[in-house]
Every structure is written in C-alpha cells, then in structure tokens.
Design a protein around this ligand. Structure first.
Ligand code: TXE
Length: 488
C-alpha cells in the first residue's frame, strides 16, 4: 500500500491566523501504523485561552451579521466539503480507519449539514425569524418572541466521526450567530484542521471561528472552565461528559451532551430474517462498531433465535476485514492501539462471564501492521457486562426474549437511551415499540446506525443531556429566547 501525503502544517487557527505550538504530535494510519498521516501542533492552555478571547471579541460583530451573510458562509463551506469529498474522505479513512466509501459518505454528509444550516440562518436563526408575533392581552400592546445567539460556543468532539459531528455543532453555532472555539479529538487532528482550513476561507470575520487541537484534560478543560465560554456542546464518553456537565453547571453555562449508547435491535418472530440480519450486521459492525448508534444488543424472540444466530454467523464469516483504503473491504481497523486492546479485553470478559462465543473476536494480521479485529458475536444473559456496558467496538451480543413484551422490557433495561430498532412485519408491534422504547430515536426494519441530517439527533437517560442536536431543533441550544413588549 503506497503511503499518502503527510500533512505537516496542521496548526491552530486563532483570531484569523494559523499558529504553531510549543509541542507537536503525530497521527498514524490505523490501517498501516508505519504511515504517518499528520504532524500537528498540540495547543496548550494558553492558546486555548487566546482562542476564547478571540471568540469573545468577535462575538458582538458576528452576532449582528445579516442572515444572508451567515447563510453565504455556511453554503460555501458545505459546497467545498461536497466538492472535495473524495480527497477529504481519503484523509478521514487514513486517519480514523473507517472504510473509504464510509469516509467519503461522511464527508459529503458534513457538507449537507452545513448547507442545511445555511438555510436555517435565513429561516429561523437568531436576530430574525424563528420567533412569533402575538397580540398582547393588554390593548394596544404588541408581543414579539425572538431568538438571539447565546455567545461563545465551545465545541468538543470525539474521534469516531471527525467531519460530521463537528459539522453538526459548528454549522448551527455559526448559523445562529454564535462565535466558536472548536476542539477536535486528539486522534484525528488532520481532519479537524482540514475542516477548519475550509472554514477559514469562507468569509468569516477573524475570531468568529477558532480551532485548538490538544488534549481533553488541558485544552478541553480550558473551554469548560472559562467564564467566557457561554455554551458547551460535548460528544464523547459518558465519563468525560459527566465531568463537563458538572463543571459547566457549576458556572451556569449552557451544556449539551451526547454520550454513548447500548442500543438494542429487537427481532420478532414475524420479521424478515434476511433483512434483520442485514440490519444487525450494518448496525453492529460497520465502522467497526465505533458509532454511538451501534446495535450492540440483538434481542431475538425465542421462536427465531437459533435461525437468526445461524444466519448472522454465516454473514459474519463472509465479512472482509482489512485496510480502510482497499476496495471491497466491509470493515476497517479499529481506531487505535488502545481501542484494540479494549475490544479484545471485552472478548475475554465475555468468555469469563460465561457468554457463549458464536464468532470472531480475535486480532487479525493483514499485509500492513494495523489494529485489525474480527467482528465478535456472543450469546449473553441480560446480567452480563457485555449486555450492559458500552463497548464502542465490533462486539455484539444476542439476548433471547420469550415474546414482544419481554423484548421491549429488555430493550429498555439499560442506563442509556440513544436509539432502538425493531425488525417486524406487525404494524401493531412497530407502532407500540415506537411509542414505548425509552430512547431518543427509533428505527423500524432499519439499522439503528445511520440517521438523517435534517431532523433531531440525540438520546435520553445516560445517552444525552440538554436539547437535541441537528435540524431545526439545534436552535434550542444555539439561541436564547427574548420576549419583547411594545405599546404601539
Ligand atoms: O470520547 P472521549 P472519544 C461516544 C462513544 C464513546 C466515545 C468515543 O459512545 O464512548 O464517544 O469518543 C475531550 N474536558 N460517542 O473516545 O475520550 C476529548 O479530547 C473537556 C457518543 O473521543 O470522551 C475529545 O475531544 N474535554 C456520541 C472529546 O472530549 C474532554 C457519538 C471526547 O473524548 C475531557 C459519538 C475533559 N475533561 C461518540 N476529556 C453520541 N451519543 O452521539 C476528554 N475530552
């Protein structure tokens, strides 16, 4: 496999200027660890604070920009992401490890998100529409409800979707007139930088958008702690999300969390089993299971349990695991050495706690050194840790349910509540499930992973906190409401 270019000018973007840092790091290709993808500047707390100052100073001007100006900026960013989706998708696949088709699709999706919020800037953003006019209960008085930007938005994102998750935070933040300090995950600096490089040329005033790449502990924490950061949107692990929530609440900052899932796919006896197996394979194992919407629990009605497991095992045997850039690969490597060790440790935990091994779960050798692992499937009990804790890797478990009622109860028996799916041909069960699954998103005869970009995204319980992301609902987090009274 030829090595791709090494991105060497991956620097901070602060107050309209590119800056190096005292220390640097490298990102390597999880499909071929001998290949360096980027040498990047690692920001320190001082640079984070400089970015916060820049965003604070830029906010008054940017927050009073016209909706047309905001729409034009976002549309340019979206158009460039879509135009360059092959080139940027290649960078994503090299740095994060998802297959090239998935990476190109994610890049295009990020562009669509920016284009959607270009429209939002005109439709319902801050400082303009998106409000209401009402007659007052007092004669001659006019009441107006409007939305205004919140201020400086600190946006902290995970490594698993390095273009589209930043897009669905940065785009609404800017569309609604906020200024931004963006901190990508340490594992994918070149992706964060490539997105920022496009944004830097889209016509924003200096300081309206800033990029600081660095550790969560230092740079992320600086955003969380700063009194100048008015709103924090965090996507990542539940543990770190909890830390962000506590610190933000302590200083009354607005906070929005997307923190993991343990999503169920229910398969009823009347389901089309081939379709159910397709939903399970896509939902549980594509992107190496590294999606918060992954179906890690497959809850199968007893009458079809053995037939479903046999079919799924057959499909798993045919999956091709390999280099993310290789044509025809179904699953690339997991994201890094730590994730591979974690995922393999979960396989051991499954065996130790008595789950029945059905398929996979071992490290794989390929022609290049990488973090390859075969997709793992176990038959588990609801009390098993692999049925209760988020793994965020290519490992799923099957739980047996006597009937629909028990399947629904098992589905809801989790501290998470992001999404849940059901495969069935019964309209009665599908409608009941959509209403009674205690989650933020439900899917019927569809994989739990893979959502639209123009409708709300998010979960309940341990999976999310604060307003939903995406679609028109993003205005709830990125604006604040003002009620005006006027005696005409
Ligand atoms: O998370 P981490 P990762 C979850 C997924 C999994 C995790 C994987 O379920 O658990 O994300 O992403 C920064 N103060 N979701 O490993 O380690 C850190 O630098 C401030 C759920 O990246 O928590 C990184 O930028 N920031 C989601 C970001 O937080 C801190 C969809 C996330 O890092 C910090 C996708 C701190 N103390 C993944 N510590 C969903 N539910 O939608 C770390 N960071």
């Amino acid at each position: 496999m030829i090595h791709g270019e090494i991105h060497q000018n991956v620097r901070q973007y602060i107050n309209g200027r590119w800056e190096t840092s005292a220390t640097t790091g490298v990102s390597v290709n999880p499909s071929d660890t001998s290949e360096v993808v980027a040498e990047y500047a690692r920001a320190d707390r001082r640079q984070a604070e400089a970015a916060i100052r820049a965003a604070t100073e830029a906010f008054p001007h940017w927050s009073h920009s016209t909706p047309q100006r905001r729409a034009d900026v976002l549309d340019r960013i979206g158009a460039e992401l879509i135009a360059r989706k092959e080139e940027l998708g290649l960078l994503l696949a090299r740095e994060q490890g998802k297959t090239l088709p998935e990476a190109v699709a994610e890049t295009a999706r990020a562009g669509q998100v920016f284009k959607f919020f270009a429209g939002e800037a005109l439709r319902g953003g801050a400082g303009g529409g998106g409000g209401e006019n009402l007659a007052s209960v007092r004669a001659g008085v006019q009441v107006d409800v409007t939305r205004e930007p919140v201020g400086v938005a600190g946006l902290i994102t995970p490594w698993n979707a390095p273009f589209v998750i930043p897009a669905w935070k940065i785009a609404p933040a800017l569309a609604h007139g906020n200024s931004v300090v963006f901190k990508p995950a340490e594992l994918v600096p070149a992706c964060g930088w490539a997105l920022a490089e496009i944004i830097s040329r889209a016509g924003l005033p200096a300081g309206a958008f800033n990029l600081v790449m660095g550790s969560g502990r230092e740079v992320g924490q600086a955003l969380v702690d700063s009194a100048q950061v008015d709103a924090l949107s965090f996507t990542g692990s539940a543990a770190n999300g909890e830390r962000v929530l506590q610190a933000a609440a302590a200083r009354r900052a607005k906070v929005q969390l997307e923190t993991g899932g343990k999503n169920a796919l229910v398969v009823l006896a009347d389901a089309d089993l081939d379709r159910a197996v397709d939903c399970a394979v896509q939902g549980a194992y594509f992107s190496a299971g590294q999606r918060c919407t992954a179906s890690s629990r497959l809850i199968v009605e007893a009458a079809v349990h053995d037939a479903f497991v046999a079919k799924l095992r057959q499909r798993l045997k045919t999956l091709k695991i390999g280099h993310a850039l290789e044509r025809g690969i179904d699953i690339g490597p997991v994201a890094d050495e730590e994730r591979l060790a974690l995922d393999l440790a979960w396989v051991e935990i499954a065996r130790e706690e008595g789950a029945e091994h059905v398929w996979g779960g071992e490290a794989l050798e390929r022609s290049t050194p990488g973090y390859y692992m075969s997709p793992a499937l176990f038959l588990a009990k609801p009390s098993h840790r692999i049925a209760r804790e988020e793994i965020f890797g290519p490992l799923a478990c099957v739980l047996r349910a006597d009937d629909y009622d028990q399947a629904l109860a098992l589905c809801n028996d989790t501290p998470f509540g992001l999404c849940a799916g059901i495969c069935t041909n019964s309209l009665k069960h599908a409608m009941h499930f959509r209403r009674h699954a205690v989650v933020g998103m439900t899917m019927v005869n569809l994989p739990t992973a893979g959502v639209d970009f123009h409708v709300p995204f998010g979960g309940r319980k341990g999976s999310g906190y604060g307003p939903r992301e995406q679609g028109r609902y993003a205005a709830e987090f990125y604006t604040t409401v003002k009620t005006g009274y006027m005696l005409a």
